[in-house]
Design a protein around this ligand. Sequence first.
Ligand code: 1GP
Length: 230
Amino acid sequence: MIIDTKSWRHVFKLDPDKQLTDDQLEHLCVSGTDGIMVGGSSGVTYENTVDLLARIRQYEVPCVLEVSHRDAIVPGFDMYMIPVVLNAGDPEWIVGQQMEAIAEFGSIIDWDEILPEGYIILNEHSTVAKVTSANTNIGEREVVAYAKTAERLFRMPICYIEYSGTFGDMELVSQVKSTLRQSQLLYGGGIDSFEKAKLAAAAADTIVVGNIIYENLDQALATVAGCHQG
Ligand code: 1GP
């Protein structure tokens, strides 16, 4: 089913390589979040992705796949988000992986289900920064220019500021938001409480909550209410 993710304010990002009990998954799916995004930087396989999708599908919450590797592209998600890492040092993560996936699956892709995401990775210590050799040593000038590159040059519907593992600079996020006219601004990284969700939601269009789910579920669930106050 093609869904409109534009109005999403809060998203839980679930990692197929990490464990959740049925009870924990139910709490997340009925929490009032706008959607579940399935994705991870390592250990994501076809099998663990199918398994997680089947479990999430017991609930009504929309569910999208953020494709990290073409071996783990599973049919049945509502939409498919395709990261393009704008500040990757290795062009493999800007266009190489995407080209390989299109070479393999291009004839069966429903392009209406595809949402490109222009990623800007800013935490040098994150797994995703290391995997993509991201150039994280950039300032506001470059970050804003990357966001404009996503929106105005590549016409991407989504710009994603990624601080995975640490809470980022909300002034910078606000600055990017004020320069975007069309693209939806996603922010993810270190949102682990009601307060941080509120701050991030005030700065970005949509906030993405990941790691805290696996560390403290109650704190993770509190981010939904925090987001609504942001
Ligand atoms: C990761 O942006 C998400 O891709 C969320 O980050 O895991 O730090 O919450 P955290």
